[in-house]
Design a protein around this ligand. Sequence first.
Ligand code: FAD
Length: 285
Amino acid sequence: MAKVHEVLAAGPTLSFELWPPRDEQRFARVLGELAGLRPHFVSVTYGAAGSTRDRTHDLVTDLLAASLVPVAHLCCAAHRRHELVDLVERYRREGVENILALRGDPPLNSSGALPAGELRYAVELVELVRAVGDFSVGVAAHPEGHPDSRGALEADLDRAATKLAVADYAITQFFFRVEDYLRLVEGLAARGVDKPVVPGIMPIDRVGQIARMAEMSGTTFPPRLASRLEAVRDDPDEVRRIGIDVATELAQKLQAEDVPGLHFYTMNRSASVLAVCANLGLGPT
Ligand code: FAD
């Protein structure tokens, strides 16, 4: 096992985000293909309010048994403090060493807000996890500011810096413009925080889905890219090809900035991520 902040200190990382699967058979193939790239760690999402509580846990422990380094996402939204302590203690007993401490959002296709939990912000969850055990604790970072901040970027950066100061590293929301990532890192540095900020990359492979996710997460979907994709909307192969090109180019620009690693939002699909990693020469030859 390994702690993510120690792995990051050793050199640039390759990592993936997975969702707890519904289709186990298809997922096993995807996981096998992604594991072949020898990622430094693999993170597993958590449905805020506990909608994937057991499935997240089971996938995290399966990855551990398969000698991968799992990072368990955990959301404080809609949970009681004692429930969070129970979940973290269970991970500690099982030898899981990495937790990504998040507030959480309602699921993509739901309309309502989550009920309040006992912890209001992710920074409080970082402190709770630290009190339970010796975990490597990551947090989310938002290159264009979190949507709740409604454009108050400086205040959002202040809070991000406060959160990252008590965490070990951050992984960003996906984005398309390198300058948004650089502005975040510079803003944190100006506030005295220089912990690793791993950029998150989402290779596009469906037009409608990416537009919805960008809107929800406050990510600018560049109009030129949107119209390029709109023109080939009914040709899934061409959409995927553009998505691979765009993700490759973004990753190359980020590598040129000496980022601490690349984290791919896989959406439990492997083809585009495999193609981007091949373009970048990542993974075993
Ligand atoms: P916080 O850090 O709590 O911030 C939320 C908002 O509150 C921000 O606007 C912040 O500025 C503000 N804020 C923070 N502290 C204060 C304060 N003291 N006073 C006033 N305002 C404050 N969601 C899921 O549901 N499940 C997942 O598995 C998941 N994984 C993710 C992984 C990554 C890498 C990322 C980037 C996001 C992920 N998300 C996930 C989405 C995330 O939960 C949402 O972006 C959520 O809206 C905010 O989470 P956070 O942890 O950044 O929240």
